[in-house]
Ligand binder design. Structure first.
Ligand SMILES: [Fe+2]
Ligand SMILES: [Fe+2]
Length: 265
């Protein structure tokens, strides 16, 4: 099921299949007959629609959010992040099926994938309400790099994807919400509020399973986290941090502050 989502190219079709598979998983769990997890061979790169064109990050033009065009560009970038997030959550399920994990691990990532699919749809709806659509602008090609870099390392995947990249989302979303509040755009405001509320749990699941794996292996989670982020994440973490939401998600300050530029070795 995860590989089916990963190999579906169209964004709306991918999110629809993702939501349908999540519902099937949940229904089987609720009936007390969980689906077998099994193993799979996910593609190294998920299937993607022919547009947007994917460019190196430095070639994607930056636009100021003060104009309607700038806000469309911002929403387009968010849609691209959400589509990647759908694939990232199914990828962790498919890629690490050989690692024995409690069923709750799959419950959590299936739920995240389902929510990312809804986020993608919500943001696409906002773009379409403004006369644009996902694929109308160029997007970053680098978004899948974290998945490739950590394809062999579940600890690294958890450290970099939910605990660094999704945690970064918690830092920047309040600023985006402010932009659309000022612009008087209630539809986008509502979509971003859903995203902001649900992303806290995605980071929390990352932290939960990272700590669980460290506990299983008798490793110090903080030391492991620092070593893995330095190994797999390109660049330093950027303050200001959303300390409150990070705390809610189980990310203590001594995990992320030592990885900022000022603290880098
Ligand atoms: Fe999301
Ligand atoms: Fe997320």
């Amino acid at each position: 099921m995860a590989v089916e989502v990963l190999t579906t190219a169209d964004g709306r079709a991918k999110s629809a299949l993702s939501r349908a598979h999540a519902a099937t998983w949940r229904a089987a769990r609720a009936a007390g007959t969980p689906l077998p997890v099994g193993t799979a061979t996910p593609p190294l790169h998920p299937a993607r629609p022919t547009t947007p064109r994917l460019l190196p990050p430095r070639d994607v033009p930056r636009r100021r959010p003060g104009s309607p065009q700038g806000r469309i560009a911002l929403l387009h970038a968010v849609a691209h992040i959400e589509l990647n997030a759908v694939d990232l959550h199914w990828d962790i399920i498919a890629r690490f099926g050989h690692v024995p994990m409690p069923l709750g691990f799959y419950d959590d990532w299936v739920k995240c994938a389902d929510e990312e699919s809804n986020h993608f749809n919500l943001i696409c709806d906002c773009l379409e309400a403004q006369g644009s659509h996902y694929g109308a602008l160029d997007a970053h090609a680098g978004m899948w790099r974290a998945a490739e870099d950590t394809a062999e390392d579940l600890f690294g995947r958890l450290a970099v994807v939910p605990m660094v990249l999704e945690a970064r989302g918690l830092d920047v979303t309040p600023g985006m919400i402010e932009i659309f509040r000022k612009a008087g755009d209630p539809q986008t405001l509502a979509a971003l509020s859903v995203i902001y509320a649900e992303e806290v749990a995605h980071v929390a699941y990352g932290s939960k399973w990272f700590n669980w794996l460290c506990g299983r292996d008798g490793l110090d989670p903080k030391d492991q986290f620092h070593a893995l982020v330095r190994r797999y994440f390109h660049g330093s973490l950027k303050p200001p941090f959303n300390e409150e939401k990070r705390a809610e998600a189980g990310l203590p300050p001594d995990f992320y502050w030592p990885l900022t530029e000022a603290d880098a070795p």
